[in-house]
Design a protein around this ligand. Structure first.
Ligand SMILES: [Zn+2]
Length: 241
C-alpha cells in the first residue's frame, strides 16, 4: 500500500514539473492554433472568390461568343427582309429579328453584370491577400518562438515523459483513472499532503483522527472537502523532487 501511495505522489510530482514546462509556453500554442485557423479561412475565402471570378469570366466569354453568333444571324435576317414575298414571311422574319435582339440585349446586360462582379471579386481578393500574408508572417514568428521554448526544455521534457510512462505503468488502473479525473477537475493537482494539519490542496483542516489514519499509509484517503487524494508527509518525503 505504501508503494501504491508513493506512486500516486510521484505521478503528481512529475505532472507538476510537466505542467510547469507547459506553462512556459504560455498562450503560444493557442495563439498558433488560432492563427492557423484564421489563415485557413482566408485561404478558403480567396480560393472561393477566385473560382467565382473564373466562372464569371468563362460565362462572359460564352456570352460574347453567343452574341457574335446572334449578330451574324441578325445580319442574315435583315438581308432576307429584302427578299420576302409576302406579309406572312415578313412578319415571321421581323419576329425573329426582335427575338434575336432581345436575346442580345439580355446577354449583354448579363455580361455587364458579370464584369462588375469580376471587378468586385478582384478588389476583394486584393484586399484579403495582404491580410493573409500578414497573418502568415505572424504565424511564422510565433511558431519560431514556440519552437525555441520547446527546444530549450526538450531534454528535460523527454526525461520527465519517459519517467512518467514508467510510473503510469506501475499505477493501478483504478488509481490512475481516479487520479486523472481529480487532476482534470482540480486543474492539475490530484494528490495533496497534510501541512499544518490541513489538506495542502484546499487548506481545510483534516480531523486529527483522520490524520492518524492517513499516517498509517495503508489506505487511500480522499480529502472530505476537495476530493483530492491525501497522502502523508512521510510518503511525500520519500519521493525525490
Ligand atoms: Zn482538500
Amino acid at each position: 500500500m505504501f508503494d501504491r501511495l508513493k506512486i500516486l505522489y510521484e505521478l503528481q510530482n512529475l505532472d507538476d514539473q510537466l505542467d510547469e514546462l507547459e506553462e512556459l509556453r504560455g498562450d503560444l500554442p493557442n495563439a498558433v492554433e488560432a492563427l492557423k485557423e484564421k489563415i485557413e479561412n482566408y485561404k478558403k475565402e480567396i480560393s472561393e472568390k477566385e473560382k467565382e471570378r473564373k466562372n464569371s469570366l468563362e460565362k462572359r466569354n460564352d456570352n460574347e461568343e453567343e452574341v457574335e453568333k446572334l449578330k451574324e444571324n441578325q445580319k442574315k435576317f435583315k438581308a432576307q427582309l429584302y427578299q420576302v414575298r409576302n406579309n406572312k414571311e415578313y412578319d415571321a422574319l421581323t419576329k425573329e429579328i426582335d427575338h434575336t435582339e432581345e436575346q442580345i440585349v439580355k446577354l449583354e446586360a448579363e455580361s455587364d453584370f458579370l464584369a462588375d462582379q469580376s471587378k468586385k471579386l478582384a478588389d476583394e481578393i486584393e484586399e484579403i491577400n495582404p491580410q493573409h500574408d500578414t497573418l502568415k508572417e505572424e504565424l511564422k514568428a510565433k511558431e519560431a518562438d514556440l519552437k525555441e521554448i520547446i527546444k530549450a526544455n526538450e531534454k528535460e521534457e523527454v526525461k520527465l515523459r519517459a519517467k512518467r510512462k514508467e510510473i503510469e505503468a506501475l499505477t493501478k488502473k483504478a488509481d490512475y483513472s481516479a487520479y486523472m479525473r481529480i487532476r482534470k477537475a482540480k486543474k492539475g493537482k490530484a494528490v495533496a499532503t497534510i501541512k499544518r494539519s490541513a489538506c495542502s490542496g484546499c487548506h481545510n483542516i483534516v480531523p486529527s483522527q483522520r490524520q492518524l489514519e492517513i499516517r498509517r499509509n495503508n489506505k487511500l484517503f480522499f480529502c472530505e472537502y476537495c476530493g483530492r487524494i491525501l497522502v502523508s508527509t512521510e510518503i511525500a518525503d520519500t519521493v525525490d523532487v
